[in-house]
Design a protein around this ligand. Structure first.
Ligand code: OOB
Length: 535
């Protein structure tokens, strides 16, 4: 597909010969499962259950309705749905049409959604009417106004002005489409470091492989019950092994409305959940909550924690508190996923972020001159492999910086390889804040701040935080009158920036410290704020 860099032919042939790429699309995978397990339950919510055969039927019906709306192969569709059954119907219907979901998160607001719709020249935007107290319809109205190229807005729920998703399920035959395993299946979002999120093209072949390997490592079977507490559009709960891995194993997905112990704990007991995945701040909340509550967690075999660094002190507490294994997951939407193995020594599980899931993952840990460092030394992680992208969507210039000439992705993560091959994440060399697993590209927020009349210059850095690991701090040089933090925060909210990107703290300064080359020294700014908030 145009704008999607892909693997060189000889490497593609190699991955096929080695059996990594099995030549199956997501559409075929679900159909196979629906034939094999027609009556098994695939999805459970607080008030609904759907079998594999029922899901397949709904997917086929919806594909017809979407096709009748004019959605075709290679069309991009921005999908912003929370953890509901509709999410699965929509994405599999699009997969069957060869149309590509762009996976927005429920927390994204107009600033992000408008950009995704514009940049992807989206044929449609599919959104829920309301979720978690937020009314998406006014935002959808604005997106439609601001983006003339946007085709249809489709709403899951109530709407007067847009197309209702419920009206698109048609009991008619679909015009068969030629969707190939090597086609791009969807676009994930990057955490971003320079400016706005980049779009990550993932093929059926490469993503299916990541599901199969994840299922192997996480020992998923048809008896697995995966509790989705994180938003399923994110790569971690989507595929590591997450909801798609569960479908691929013939297991059952339980969709939780949220991640709070009040919602999740009763579900674990009632639905006999075997595995769930979360970011470190949720794990901390669960560790506290379990002290004062008694539930039968005997079905639970694995709690996965990933998306941000999980401290060894907290990691140690998981097994005694929940009576199950901890699995650390260090992954990225661009591809590479590292897992601690379920039978690894306790030391490895607590102190490392695991090792690559595939023998075909190539990993280099390099210094500033791209020279490999010795075992035990910290360097930047570069990676290449059968499920790691070769470039972002329509980002030729950026790709030159983010990938080496021989196709390794520069993760920007500073890591150390241990004697046993496991990897420990030590830091980051990218202009990004990891706020408890939610990634913030500093430059994106800085650009918004520069639009405020009282901001002369802005630089955003991370500051340490007990709960989230990091929060964001904006250093601002004022132009004229200095504003309060509240004014700045409201300004960003009004610009429609996702709430998690709004700086937690604002420091007004006269100038920024500089590097020897005269650039803003974010290292010194981080030091300044970390000294000030010292934990
Ligand atoms: C996952 O994916 P993304 O794309 O939201 O973020 C990737 C970045 C990594 O490059 C790294 O900086 C950070 O998130 N990260 C971790 C981590 N897991 C991710 N940093 C330290 N320790 C960890 N365990 O976050 C993601 C995708 C698939 C599976 C799991 C996480």
């Amino acid at each position: 597909m145009e704008g999607c860099p892909t693997w060189p032919e000889e490497l593609a042939t190699y991955y096929r010969e080695q059996g990594c790429w099995k030549g199956e699309t997501f559409g075929e995978m679900l159909r196979k499962q629906a034939e094999q397990y027609p009556d098994r339950i695939v999805l459970t919510t607080h008030d609904e259950q759907v079998s594999y055969a029922q899901l397949q039927e709904r997917v086929d019906q919806l594909a017809v309705g979407l096709q009748q709306l004019g959605i075709e192969k290679e069309d991009l569709v921005v999908v912003q749905l929370p953890n509901q059954i509709a999410f699965f119907e929509v994405i599999f219907a699009l997969f069957n049409l060869g149309a590509l979901p762009v996976f927005a998160l429920p927390t994204h607001r107009i600033s992000e959604i408008q950009y995704f719709c514009e940049f992807s020249e989206a044929k449609a935007y599919i959104v829920a009417d309301k979720h978690a107290g937020y009314d998406y319809l006014p935002m959808a109205e604005r997106v439609k106004e601001e983006v003339p190229t946007l085709g249809n807005v489709i709403v899951h729920g109530e709407t007067d002005s847009f197309i209702q998703l419920a009206d698109l399920y048609k009991d008619e035959p679909l015009n068969k489409l030629d969707v190939r395993p090597s086609d791009v299946a969807f676009l994930q979002l990057s955490g971003g470091s320079t400016g706005l999120s980049k779009l990550i093209p993932r093929t059926h072949d490469d993503y299916m492989y990541s599901l199969i390997k994840s299922n192997e490592v996480c020992e998923m079977t048809e008896d697995s019950v995966y509790l989705a507490v994180l938003p399923v559009a994110h790569n971690f709960p989507l595929s590591s092994p997450g909801v798609l891995g569960t479908i691929c194993a013939g297991g059952r997905i339980v969709l939780s409305g949220g991640s709070s112990p009040d919602e999740a704990f009763p579900l674990i007991e009632k639905e006999k959940v075997t595995i769930t995945g979360m970011v470190p701040p949720i794990a901390l909340i669960w560790l506290e909550a379990i002290k004062s509550r008694s539930y039968d967690f005997s079905s639970l075999q694995v709690i996965q924690v990933g998306g941000a660094k999980f401290s060894a002190e907290s990691a140690k507490r998981i097994r005694p508190a929940f009576g199950c294994q901890l699995q650390q997951v260090f992954g990225m939407a661009e591809g590479l996923v590292n897992y601690t193995r379920l039978d690894d020594p306790e030391e490895t599980i607590i102190h490392t972020q695991g090792r690559p899931m595939s023998d075909y993952d190539e990993v280099r840990i390099v210094d500033e001159d791209d020279q490999e460092v010795a075992i035990g030394e910290v360097g930047e992680l570069l990676t290449r492999g059968p499920y790691t992208i070769r470039g972002y969507y329509k980002a030729e210039q950026h790709n030159k910086k983010s990938f080496t000439d021989d196709g390794f992705y520069r993760t920007g993560d500073l890591v150390r390889r241990n004697e046993d091959g496991s990897i420990t994440v030590e830091g980051r060399d990218k202009d990004q804040i990891n706020r408890g697993g939610e990634k913030i590209a500093a430059e994106e927020v800085e650009n918004h701040l520069l639009a405020h009349p009282s901001v002369y210059d802005a630089a955003i850095v991370s500051m340490p935080d007990h709960f989230l690991g990091e929060r964001s701090c904006a250093f601002i040089i004022p132009k004229g009158e200095q504003q309060t933090t509240a004014v700045i925060r409201t300004f960003l909210e009004k610009r429609g920036l996702a709430t998690y990107k709004i700086p937690d703290r604002v420091e007004w300064v006269e100038s920024f410290p500089q590097t020897a080359l005269g650039k803003v020294s974010k290292k010194k700014l981080r030091q300044q704020i970390s000294d000030k908030v010292r934990l």
